[in-house]
Write a protein that binds this ligand. Structure first.
Ligand SMILES: [Zn+2]
Length: 161
């Protein structure tokens, strides 16, 4: 497995340097270089992971879908909209006007999953843990398996997962 390389990236122009610099050679700004994971080493690592998994093409007729491949959301109507429940390993984008109830709906689903299926990590990129906790108290969503994380950096979020 290839090692994840750290580099310094200018937060203004994206200039990449192997060592820290007080002034960016790309845009001449001062104190803009921050240590991050080298995006190239990460790309290489994910490619090597895919090869090591040894995934190979299979005939579509050999692929079996059973009920175990979906989680119930705990809401009959939402399960119906999602074609019979939440597909394991899938990504779902919930859209709607501000205040329409996206966060409330998802907190209820997370609470149900945290009660019935195990541990759930609720990651928020805009609300604080206290704001979410206030809503959770109002909804009675206090499952033991429900964890909150307020973070926007994907590397940190993946680390916690
Ligand atoms: Zn720069």
């Amino acid at each position: 497995m290839s090692k994840i390389k750290k580099v310094f990236i200018c937060q203004e122009c994206g200039y990449i340097s192997p060592k820290w610099l007080g002034r960016c050679p790309g845009c001449q700004e001062w104190n803009t270089m921050l240590e991050e994971i080298d995006p190239h080493s990460r790309a290489k690592e994910s490619t090597s992971k895919i090869t090591s998994l040894g995934t190979r093409p299979e005939p579509i007729t050999d692929i079996v879908i059973d009920k175990e491949d979906r989680y119930s959301s705990g809401m009959e109507e939402l399960d119906r909209v999602m074609g019979g429940g939440i597909v394991k390993g899938s990504l779902t984008l919930i859209g709607g006007d501000p205040g329409i109830g996206k966060s409330t709906l998802l907190l209820q689903v997370c609470n149900w999953l945290g009660t019935n299926h195990g541990t759930v990590l609720y990651v928020s990129g805009e609300e604080s843990a206290k704001q979410i906790k206030l809503r959770a108290d109002r909804l009675g969503a206090n499952a033991k398996g429900l964890y909150l994380l307020c973070e926007t950096n994907l590397d940190i979020i993946l680390g916690h997962i």
